[in-house]
Write a protein that binds this ligand. Sequence first.
Ligand code: NDP
Ligand code: OXD
Length: 309
Amino acid sequence: MSTFLYMADADRGRRWGELFRRDAPALDFRLWPEAGDPAQVHYLATWQQPEQLAERFPNLKLLFSTGAGVDQFDLATLPPSVQLVRMVEPGIVQGMVEYVLHAVLDLHRDRPAYRRLQAEARWQPLQVRTAAQCRVSVLGLGSLGEAVLQALRGLGFDCAGWSRSRRHIDGVQCFAGEAERADFLRRSDILVCLLPLTDATRGLLDSALFDALPRGAGLVHVGRGPQLVSADLLAALDDGRLAEAVLDVTDPEPLPAGDPLWRHPRVQITPHIASVTQPDTAAAVVLDNLRRFEAGLPLVGLVDRSKGY
Ligand code: NDP
Ligand code: OXD
């Protein structure tokens, strides 16, 4: 009998267990540390790559990330026989859509400025613009970026997206690759980062990128902390190149109490909660992937090791 080992948050894991026992009773679902016979562990779901994975689980076939990102895995040390699958499930998509819509609307409707005005008991209307007058741009057109753009488009924002390869999304101006990056940035009143962390995206949100945005742009960063050069962000906020920043991810995490980002009046921080995998929808997607694997069909969310995401 194959074992499916769940090695992440125990509360959510218990719910995965109920669903697996109900929908895949032939599978031996186990919650870490009750791993059973390690040689029977064919499937593993985890957020962090366990040390000595190959030695501990010599017959592992599929490794599921319990998150959408896989930068926490060391792809070089994963045996070639193990396929890595990231989380592509409706619950995590919905959470991200909610977070980004909230952040974009907050910036678009000048809520940070009104909070500052209220703190001074000042009644001062600012110019009201409609969504159609606000150009929102998303870095990354994957499962999350595309869903976010469709929701923003539904609210009437003027939308664009940027990816490595050419994508087509109805009603969204799609840009691709380095050659089109400057044009993309130039039309970004609010820039949302939803890129995976790779060598190519580390440090991408830096002074040069902020220079390429319209003066006074807003930033919503929900990708990964190391994509942002914090000192460059603080400088851009201080000299007015950027107006506001909403950061859900930082480097390091947790952000140390003394970090100047915490106290900057134009920075809003949340502790990497933009979106979280939801057990019910995630378990259904993983079970479907197991059936696909058995049938030799392509897996949903299979990581391309050559690209790193
Ligand atoms: P996907 O892998 O589905 O999509 C990634 C997108 O980024 C693709 O469009 C890809 O281009 C593009 N991309 C990657 N590298 C580059 C590059 N160098 N230049 C231009 N475009 C690039 O990822 P998801 O949408 O599922 O998730 C995105 C990220 O969101 C995750 O990796 C994670 O870091 C973050 N995340 C954050 C959460 C939070 O709570 N803050 C929660 C969940 C995820 P192409 O289409 O050409 O391949
Ligand atoms: C994820 C995350 O990648 O939580 O799912 O950031």
